[in-house]
Every structure is written in C-alpha cells, then in structure tokens.
Design a protein around this ligand. Structure first.
Ligand code: SF4
Length: 479
C-alpha cells in the first residue's frame, strides 16, 4: 500500500532577464533534458497529422475559428454579459475578478462559508496564474491536483512545464522514482501501475472534497455554459462530485454559441494531442437542477481579467486573446525545445507566453521574453486559430522601445549604428577585421549569446565601385 506524504504546491517565482538567461543557458546544454523533450515532442509530431485528416478543409476550419474568436473578442463586453445572464437563469452565480487577488478572495470566501478543508482541482492554467494551490494551503485548505500530469508536478513541488502536458520533461523512470520517494511505492513501477497508484489516491480525494475547482476551455455566451475538455475524467469528477463547483476562467475564453464547439473541439484535440476529439468533453450549465439526482448544489464561475483588458486595448496584440491553449506553438518552437518550460519563469511559456506575459504581468519585467525568439514563424504556422505570434513578438519589442524600456547599451548601439550608416565615409574607413574588433569589443554583451558580428572585408559601397570600374573596362556583350 502506498504511503501518502503531504504535497507541496508549485512555487510562484518572478522572472528577470538575467535569471531567464542563466536558466536557459543551463537547460540548453542539458542533453538528457533535450532527449526527453525531443522524445515527447516527436510522439506529438507523429500523431498530429493523423488528427488533421478529419478536416475536409483544414485551412478554412482555421480561418473560421479565427473569425469566430475575432467576433467574440470584438464584443467581449456583450458576450460576457450574455454569458452571465444565461448562466444565472439556471441558478449559477458569476463573480467578476479584476485581479488575481480578487479571484483568490472570492474563492476563499466561498470555501470558508461552506467550511471547506479539502479542494479537488482539475487542470487549469488560470489557477496556476493566480497561484491558487499555494494560497489555499496558506489558508489551511488542502488542494489536490487530479490531472495525472499535474498531480506528478504537484508531488514534485514543480509548476507545470507545458500548458497541455505538465510533466512533459519527465521520463517514466523519473515518475517511478518520484512516486517511490514521495509515496513509498516500489521504485520500478511501470506507467500502468503508477497510474493505478495515483488513481487510488485521487478517488479518496473526490469523496472528501467539499469544493471542486476547475478551469474551462470555453465559455459559451449563448447558452451560459462552460465547456471542459480532458482525457482522464478527473475534471468531470471535480465538477460533479463535491457539493460546490467553482470554475475560474479567463474572460477571453468566450465563444458565441454551443454549435461553435463543433469546430473548436476537434481543432483543440488535434492541435493539442493529435486526437480527433478528446476523451471527455463536458458542458456544464449550472448547479444541480430540481429534477436532477446529482451534481453540485452551488456553482460559481469566476471571470478573471488579470491584465487581459490591457491586451484587449491593443489593436494588434488583442489577437493573442484568440488563443485556445492547445500548446502547439510550444511544441514547434526551437527556443522552447532547447530551454524547456521552466526557464521562462512564467505561467504561460513558449511563443504564446512570450506574447502575453508582458501584457499580463508588466512590460518592464517581462519584455526580455519577446526577444527570446528566432522569429522563424513556425509558431504562427502551427497555430490553429492563426495568431500571428512572431509578428506580435515584434510588436512587443516595438512597444517596449516606445515605452522607453530599452537599456542604455541598446540605445547607444542603435545610435552608433544609425550615425555610421548615415556617414558613408565612416563605413568605408577601416577593414572588415578592424570593424569586427571594434564593434564586437564595444558590444560584448551581444556576443555573449550570439555569434559575433562579422563584417564583410569590403563595404557594399566599395564593392559597387569596383564592379562599376570592372564593367567600364569589360562591358558585358549584348545578348
Ligand atoms: S497561440 Fe495558437 S498554437 Fe499557441 S497555444 Fe494558443 S492556440 Fe495553440
């Protein structure tokens, strides 16, 4: 029998440019880490093309999804009010949270009112965003992750590594060792046995929990429902077993109507995990009704802003609110594949994380993320709702410069560059190797993480003059 020990919540941490660079440098050189990531992403890459086959015209489906999200985000205020009106009709209560603190206060107040000591939780990036587990623990409430990947991460005291596959960086041997250390199981259990151990632990938690907390993949304005997508059935149990269900959802998750799920469910499944449709898709429209025999007696939906309206106010960047959190851009990103999910020190990592975090958590502290990209555009290529991610990274960079966030050395570098470019004589003076010495010496910081600048031996101006001279000597014969 496994022996349960207390579980530590994932720690919240604030990222800085220097710790991002330090952590990235370590991870990029960690070959074992790269092997595990490449293995898991290669499995993802092999199944996604199979999922895509279900679409008669994938390009049109993606375009339609983008248009629907454009429509929903374009009238977000009306859509959310429509959601509230319809959800309330069936006895649910909508709570509006402008900040993470507002959301936490609402959750605590509900938990205290029903004398809750145990919460069972399903996977939700929004609850990671507000650091819910740590907060509940501080207030004497045990909060257990019921998604297997999240449970593994919680057991290990780590935050999720990936928005869809939280324990992607762990091999099955790593998980067996973790269970042995924390739960006292045999150290060489196989994945099926490990799943059984987690299952056994978690089943008891559903029975004990007074409150179930979930996120939602979609808020459906037309019917006042939330839609929850998962593969393990744990979210369904978290919604339906405890007496109180709280769903905490980012305001951008809204879609106009139930029929839109016919498009979004297969897109999310295909781009998230390569499935045609995920195993469990639940639509929840309120607490237990008079004629129903089960379900919670109270249901709340907390609509979280937490910086999203900052994005909404930006005509270009608001497109990032179309994201359906499929994780596809993370799997496609050469930077993510090298440095992994934790180096970012943010809830949302990879390309979408780099785009939205400076808006959600502050341009000053997180602007460096927008520079950690090769701008290859692979993220944009693979996004099911066709968000122009790599261009939004450029917009972020522009925004940080406009706000005066660029450092002195960067401003100096560009001033020098501009001055030299506008003075042809200066550009032509000195050989390429001399320029390499001077410029790379001056901008040492640049070459710490990039190949050094390499000037051509002759300037364009010099080459052009030579070419003209040669042409004058040997004009090309007319054809
Ligand atoms: S930005 Fe696009 S690819 Fe990335 S997680 Fe969101 S929907 Fe998926």
């Amino acid at each position: 029998m496994a022996n349960e020990k207390p579980i530590q919540s994932g720690k919240s941490s604030g990222g800085t440019a220097s710790s991002f660079i330090a952590k990235s440098s370590i991870k990029a050189a960690d070959l074992d880490h790269r092997r595990k990531i490449n293995f898991n992403i290669s499995r993802y890459n092999s199944v996604v093309p199979i999922g895509k086959q279900q679409f008669a015209n994938l390009a049109t489906a993606r375009e339609q999804a983008k248009t629907l999200k454009w429509e929903a985000i374009g009238q977000l205020d009306k859509m959310l009010e429509e959601f509230e009106l319809n959800f309330s009709k069936r006895g649910g209560k909508v709570l509006w949270a402008e900040t993470a603190d507002d959301a936490l206060k609402e959750i605590l107040s509900i938990c205290q009112r029903v004398n809750c000591k145990n919460v069972v939780k399903s996977k939700s990036m929004v609850t990671e965003e507000i650091h819910l587990n740590a907060f509940l623990e501080k207030n004497g409430i045990e909060s257990i992750e019921s998604d297997l990947g999240e449970y593994i991460q919680q057991l290990d005291g780590e935050s999720p590594y990936h928005i869809v596959t939280p324990a992607m960086h762990k091999s099955k041997e790593d998980v067996a060792r973790l269970f042995a250390n924390k739960l006292g199981t045999e150290p060489n259990l196989n994945p099926e046995q490990l799943t059984q151990v987690a299952r056994h632990m978690l089943r008891q938690k559903y029975v004990q929990a007074e409150v179930g907390i979930t996120g939602a993949n979609f808020l459906i304005a037309g019917s006042g429902s939330i839609a929850v997508t998962e593969n393990e059935g744990n979210a369904r149990l978290s919604c339906g077993y405890p007496n109180v269900h709280i769903a905490i959802v980012g305001i951008e998750k809204v879609i106009p109507s139930l029929s839109d799920l016919g498009l979004f469910w297969p897109l999310l499944a295909t781009y998230g995990t390569g499935q045609n449709v995920t195993v469990y898709n639940s639509i929840v429209s309120g607490p237990r009704q008079k004629n129903e025999v089960d379900g919670p007696t109270e249901m709340y939906v907390i609509l979280l802003d937490n910086g999203r309206t900052e994005l909404l106010a930006e005509p270009n960047s608001r497109e990032a609110l179309y994201c359906i959190r499929c994780g596809s851009c993370l799997n496609a990103c050469p930077v993510y594949k090298n440095i992994g999910g934790h180096a970012y020190e943010t809830t949302y990592s990879g390309p979408i994380g780099k785009v939205i975090t400076p808006w959600l958590k502050g341009m000053h502290q997180y602007k460096h993320l927008s520079y950690a990209s090769s701008l290859c555009g692979n993220c944009t290529e693979v996004c099911p709702v066709r968000i122009n991610l790599h261009e939004l990274l450029l917009d972020n960079r522009h925004e940080s410069v406009v706000r005066g966030e660029s450092g002195l050395s960067e401003r100096l570098a560009w001033k020098t560059w501009k001055f030299a470019s506008m003075h042809r004589g200066l550009m032509n003076s000195g050989s390429g190797s001399l320029k390499n010495k001077v410029v790379n010496g001056l901008f040492k910081k640049w070459s710490e993480h990039h190949a050094p600048l390499d000037f051509a031996p002759k300037t364009f101006n010099e080459q052009w003059k030579e070419r003209m001279k040669n042409l004058a000597k040997n004009p090309t014969p007319e054809s």
